[in-house]
Write a protein that binds this ligand. Structure first.
Ligand code: 5GP
Length: 207
């Protein structure tokens, strides 16, 4: 079928520790035609992270030059480091008909919305603040000061869920991955997005 539609853009945001990256990594493994966009960041790679895989790790100055050049679809300062999505990267993926999911913070999601770019946004909430704190403390090598900063950022971010199209509560990994799949399937099935396929089927009725 010549269903060469332009890909859809999905945004997933959540406070640090809500499990958004793990969720989306599972999601892209399960769903054909969905790719995670790879961000640029000025933060140094953590042990085990690979350049070009987890992020494009670049110097702050290079990041600032890319801002000046207008290279970013969105960018934000998160915990003192710069993070951004290159407009050309997502455009190239979407032009081939792939759907793209961006795992970005609330500030970045607002910029995409402000640009008027067609997208679907999903906010992942942890089941509660104590669960979030337990998850963060369980996995983290942060100092207490860094931990307090993450927790206060989380407190400040969660009310932003109202700005998003969908909310998923990440109580358990598998059911939440299924919920995200359902959201994506519903968005792919919207009438205006199914038009090419539907019209091809309708054409067969004329023969
Ligand atoms: P981390 O340093 O733990 O990998 O990510 C810290 C935060 O930066 C997370 O909330 C993550 O969603 C956000 N982030 C990662 N990449 C981007 C990006 O390209 N743009 C924006 N706005 N935020 C990002």
């Amino acid at each position: 079928m010549s269903n060469r539609r332009r890909g859809l853009l999905f945004i997933v945001s959540a406070p640090s520790g809500a499990g958004k990256t793990t969720l989306v990594e599972h999601l892209v493994q399960i769903l054909p035609n969905l790719r995670m966009s790879r961000s640029y960041t000025s933060r140094p790679a953590r042990p085990g992270e690979r350049d070009g895989v987890d992020y494009h790790f670049i110097a702050r100055q290079q990041f600032e030059e890319m801002i000046t050049a207008g290279a970013f679809l969105e960018w934000a300062d998160v915990f003192g480091n710069l993070y951004g999505t290159a407009a050309a990267d997502t455009a190239a993926l979407m032009a081939t008909g792939q759907d793209v999911v961006m795992v970005i913070d609330v500030q970045g999601a607002r910029q995409v919305k402000a640009h008027g770019i067609d997208h679907t946004s999903i906010f992942v909430l942890p089941p509660s603040f104590p669960v979030l704190e337990r998850r963060l403390r369980g996995r983290s090598k942060d100092t207490e000061e860094q931990m307090q900063r993450r927790l206060s950022t989380a407190r400040a971010e969660v009310p932003s869920y109202v700005e998003y199209d969908y909310v998923a509560v990440n109580d358990q990994l598998e059911p939440t991955v299924v919920r995200l799949q359902e959201i994506i399937a519903a968005e792919r099935s919207r009438t205006h997005r199914m038009r090419v396929t539907a019209e091809e089927i309708l054409a067969s009725f004329q023969r």
